[in-house]
Design a protein. Structure first.
Length: 131
């Protein structure tokens, strides 16, 4: 059976700066080990040598935000909401600095949902004789 474990994003509590992104893993459950946070922290000196109260972690589902990590130029965690923010360059204005925003994958899912609602309403109007 295939086991999937998502990325773990460790960040500074006070700034939201990302310290380490522990990678996701996918494979046969015989070989894929689900490590505890303490085991992961001990793998990285930048975490191991810090006070545990100075950083936190966002645990992602397998594949969650993969496209955002690939397409964004910078990443940050909002320390108040513990939500990831990504900075993207505007292709029509590449000289402008990137802007931090909600992950594009989340925005796309929201727009798809809105589009489905509009389609459903239009179908009801057209098929129901509302026009």
């Amino acid at each position: 059976m295939i086991k999937e474990i998502g990325q773990k994003v460790f960040y500074e509590n006070d700034t939201g700066n990302i310290l380490i992104v522990h990678p996701s893993v996918r494979g046969d459950e015989i070989y894929v080990k689900d490590r505890t946070l303490d085991e992961i922290i001990n793998l990285y000196p930048v975490l191991k040598n810090r006070g545990r109260n100075t950083f936190d972690v966002v645990e992602l589902e397998y594949g969650q935000f993969d496209e955002d990590f690939a397409q964004s130029s910078e990443r940050w965690v909002d320390p108040l909401t513990k939500q990831l923010k990504f900075a993207y360059h505007d292709p029509s204005a590449p000289e402008q600095p990137p802007v931090f925003r909600t992950p594009l994958t989340v925005e796309i899912d929201s727009l798809k949902n809105d589009l489905n609602v509009v389609k459903t309403v239009l179908d009801e109007i057209i098929l129901g004789g509302g026009i």
